[in-house]
Design a protein around this ligand. Structure first.
Ligand code: XMP
Length: 494
């Protein structure tokens, strides 16, 4: 019944995830016993197979922290200066809890003139000099200030005094314990050493995070810090950028290119392996066995797969080069597995079924852009468009992003002509990834259960031994597989 993957993917067609469907197999274990722990690279273990994409509307500090907290990893984008990327990395490395804290700072003699002094936050912290690097003295809640009779006074005359701070290395349990023990509503976390304020954590934050669904073990390095990756390019200046990132504690570096099989990338891999032998390098992007073989021989520890499959990508249309993502993941994984090099299926993930397909076809992790964009943890502010709350999401090859510097991803540095290989758009507000990623992982486990695969390794074995079978879906079968034939139903209120 159906086709083994080896046969299906050798018929001259380029298949996307939606083109193919697995046939169900046999269930002899409960959903909860499915294990999704995996490897990002030969040396980096994760408890969920999720990676956030190095894009400037996807991964900065908050996203990287939340991904590591969930058991995945975030890759900090490089569409910035080396020192900007370094400070985003450091700010992720210095956090241990995934709050997206928003607060303003003033000094004791300042006056709050209007509600707008609170910005988008609901609290102003008062520090000795009004900077993040000085001692915290107190705070003013917006709700308290609104109820003040005399709003003209200096903040020190009516602030709530705060004598405590905790190290930013405290984890959620330690902070929950501290707030409970002291009976206080909020506490700033500060960096060891210079005492710079990192976050302001409230009891509400802590309770909200504790209520989110079950997650995997956090991704921690040997020193107890969250694992965080960073992207670089292949120019000479990226060697200097890399030096910063290594100093900042990057656990893995991703060579960010749409066509990774180039002399530039091969040289960079050799340089990194000679200069920082301990640092894991992910090469890519690749979509063919030939490309993959070259990067594996050069010594990469992981491979990123996908060309033109991303939701904001126009590479296939502009350059006529690429591959359907299901075929690309299967082909590259089948050669990479022979050398034990894990594969990241990058781009084109828009539902949990796509994740199941990517992983079963041979990937060890999925890298996601649009799936994570629009979340609370993604960079940027929410805007309202036609009554919907959205956040911007843009391709790193879009003209807008390239104007900020990301054109090296497309090796377009020599000429003055910029050719866009991506677009700018917006993604609807999805809420915190802390909430929807655990749900997504549970759905992925159900998919694995239907296939009789209790882990990634078992799925890969079942596929290779031709026990798992697939078929191509016709256009009509794809329509049938989605929601169809309904008119919208509006709930009546009684
Ligand atoms: P998704 O589908 O998750 O894709 O939104 C994210 C991936 O898309 C790639 N990427 C681009 N590809 N033009 C492209 O052709 C672009 O401007 C662009 N920006 C990002 C990248 O691999 C990312 O992880």
């Amino acid at each position: 019944d159906g086709f083994p993957a080896e046969k299906l993917f050798s018929q001259g067609y380029s298949y996307t995830y939606d083109d193919v469907i697995f046939l169900p197999h046999y269930i002899d274990f409960p959903t909860d016993s499915v294990q999704l722990n995996t490897k990002l690279t030969k040396n980096i273990h994760l408890s969920i197979p999720c990676v956030s994409s190095p894009m400037d509307t996807v991964t900065e500090s908050y996203m990287a922290v939340a991904m590591a907290y969930l058991g995945g990893i975030g890759i900090i984008h490089s569409n910035n200066t080396a020192s900007e990327q370094f400070s985003i990395l450091q700010s992720a490395k210095s956090r241990r809890i995934p709050v997206v804290s928003d607060f303003e700072i003033k000094s004791p003699s300042d006056v709050i003139e209007s509600e707008s002094d609170f910005g988008s936050s609901s609290v102003i912290l008062i520090t000795e000099t009004g900077s993040r690097k000085s001692r915290v003295l107190g705070y003013v809640l917006k709700s308290d200030w609104m109820n003040l009779k005399n709003q003209e006074g200096r903040v020190c005359d009516y602030m709530t005094k705060l004598d405590f701070s905790v190290p930013s290395s405290y984890d959620l349990d330690q902070i929950t314990g501290f707030l409970g023990q002291k009976g206080i509503k909020l506490v700033p976390t500060v960096k060891d050493g210079d005492g710079e304020i990192v976050d302001l954590v409230t009891m509400d934050d802590v309770e909200r995070i504790n209520e989110f669904p079950k997650r995997g073990l956090p991704s921690l390095g040997p020193n107890g810090e969250f694992l965080v990756g960073a992207a670089i390019g292949t120019r000479e200046s990226d060697k200097e950028r890399l030096e910063y990132l290594v100093k900042g504690g990057a656990d893995v570096v991703v060579l960010d290119s749409s066509q990774g099989n180039s002399i530039y990338q091969l040289d960079m891999i050799k340089y990194i392996k000679n200069t920082y032998p301990q640092l894991d390098v992910i090469g890519g992007n690749v979509v063919t066995m030939y490309q993959a073989q070259n990067l594996i021989q050069a010594g990469v520890n992981g491979l990123r797969v996908g060309m033109g499959s991303g939701s904001i990508c126009t590479t296939q249309e502009v350059c006529a080069v690429g591959r359907g993502q299901a075929t690309a993941v299967y082909k590259v994984s089948s050669i990479a597995s022979q050398s034990g090099v894990p594969v990241i299926a990058d781009g084109g993930i828009s539902n949990s079924g796509h994740i199941v397909k990517a992983l079963v076809l041979g990937a060890s992790t999925v890298m996601m852009g649009s799936f994570l964009a629009g979340s609370t943890e993604a960079p940027g502010a929410y805007e309202y468009q036609n009554g919907r709350r959205v956040k911007k999401y843009r391709g790193m090859g879009s003209l807008e992003a390239m104007t900020k510097g990301s054109d090296q991803r497309y090796l377009g540095d020599k000429s003055k002509l910029k050719i866009a290989q991506g677009v700018v758009g917006a993604v609807a507000d999805k809420g915190p990834i802390l909430k929807f990623v655990p749900y997504t992982m549970h759905a992925v486990k159900q998919g694995f259960q239907d296939l009789g695969a209790s882990s990634l390794e078992s799925a890969h074995n079942l596929l290779r031994s031709k026990i798992l079978r697939l078929e191509v879906r016709t256009g009509a079968a794809q329509v049938e597989g989605g929601v169809h034939g309904l008119v919208s139903y509006e709930k009546k209120s009684f």
